[in-house]
Design a protein around this ligand. Structure first.
Ligand code: CU
Length: 355
């Protein structure tokens, strides 16, 4: 054999060895990253042996979690009157919840629904809420924006002991002031809020709103992360971005269609109950921002807009009166948020159907 042939073969051999090693390395790493295994972190953007962080990023356990029997979130919560107090019951529990016909999340819910039930009371009402914890971890509730006594504020180890699994804690306060509020877990909130523990709390002014709308709709905005049928808390700051987005627990096209007659006054109450900002845009009609974070805006100061950015924790009540028929889209204007797992249309979209 001449030297040239040997040299050439050697070169081929080296290339083949490198390719072989690369394939082996890739396969080993693929099985190590293990996204198909149960309860493994979705993203390892942490350093060192941080057990708590790893746990927070695990998939939500889904073994023996029942399918939700409720079909819709934000159902108005009934109450009993006892000793002049309105008494409500909330129970935390894991459920599987359909955000789309064929997409189910493993959620932590209040009373088995996403979002949790709507608590609607009148300003000045004495309210008592018994919270039973049926999760495997402690929890608490914070009554976001409501002027409660400090020991009812729901901050674990600061204002109360966390509610341990199977235990019940009683919250009692006077509902004030009137406005659009919400409640949510304040324990491990990065995870617990992200996987469903929030609901709406409306305090009506005595005698109702001065100018009553014909349609009064709460819209809670959330993000979800579902990978290989497993649910992870959507934590954008860690790289664990949401890949599904919901209005009142449903992604488009499963979001509700709002049916409105021409000339009817519509009030939308946006609640930013997730971890991301959502600039909500209405086609067809401008709207007035009539309340922010539960506080009425003086008429002379009401901005007229067609897009309002709803940041986490914020509430915006907007009003408009349609004058033209049509199927008008209401959607988030971050286009990725109007997809279901990167496919448009989906996510934060709903139809306002004016006839
Ligand atoms: Cu958005």
């Amino acid at each position: 054999m001449d030297t040239e042939f040997l040299l050439k073969n050697k070169y081929v051999l080296v290339v083949l060895t490198v390719v072989f090693l690369a394939v082996v390395f890739f396969q080993i790493n693929k099985s190590k990253s293990g996204v198909t295994l149960k309860n493994t972190p979705a993203q390892l953007s942490i350093s060192g042996e941080n057990e708590t962080a790893l746990k927070a990023m695990e998939a939500i356990p889904q073994d023996n979690v029942p399918m939700a029997t409720e079909k819709q979130g934000l159902q108005e919560l009934p109450f009993k009157v006892e000793n002049g107090e309105k008494v409500f019951n909330l129970t935390t529990q894991p459920v599987k919840w359909n955000i789309l016909k064929d997409v189910t999340v493993t959620a932590w819910a209040y009373n088995g629904m996403i979002p949790g039930p709507l608590i609607r009371v009148t300003e000045g009402d004495k309210v008592k809420i018994l919270v039973k914890n049926n999760l495997s971890e402690p929890t608490t509730i914070h009554w976001h924006g409501i002027q409660v006594p400090n020991n009812m504020d729901g901050i674990p180890d600061e204002t109360q002991k966390p509610i341990a699994p199977t235990e019940t804690f009683t919250y009692e306060f006077i509902a004030k002031p009137a406005g659009t509020y919400w409640y949510h877990s304040h324990y491990d909130s990065d995870k617990q809020i992200s996987v469903g523990l929030s609901g709406a709390f409306i305090i009506e002014p005595k005698g109702g709103l001065a100018s009553k709308p014909d349609i009064d709709k709460i819209l809670m905005l959330n993000e979800w992360r579902v990978i290989d049928d497993q649910t992870y808390a959507a934590m954008p700051a860690t790289g664990m971005d949401g890949n599904f987005f919901t209005i009142n627990g449903k992604a488009f096209p499963e979001t509700e269609t709002l049916n409105v007659k021409i000339g009817q006054k519509v009030r939308l109450r946006f609640i930013g109950s997730g971890q991301m900002i959502h600039p909500m845009h209405l086609h067809g009609f401008p709207f007035k921002i009539v309340a922010t974070d539960g506080n009425d805006v003086l008429e002379s100061a009401q901005w007229i807009k067609d897009t309002v950015s709803v940041a986490p924790g914020e509430r915006y009540d907007v009003e408009f009166t349609p004058d033209r028929p049509g199927k008008w889209m209401l959607h988030c204007h971050i286009p990725h948020h109007t997809t279901n797992e990167h496919v448009e249309p989906g996510g934060l979209m709903m139809i306002v159907n004016v006839t």
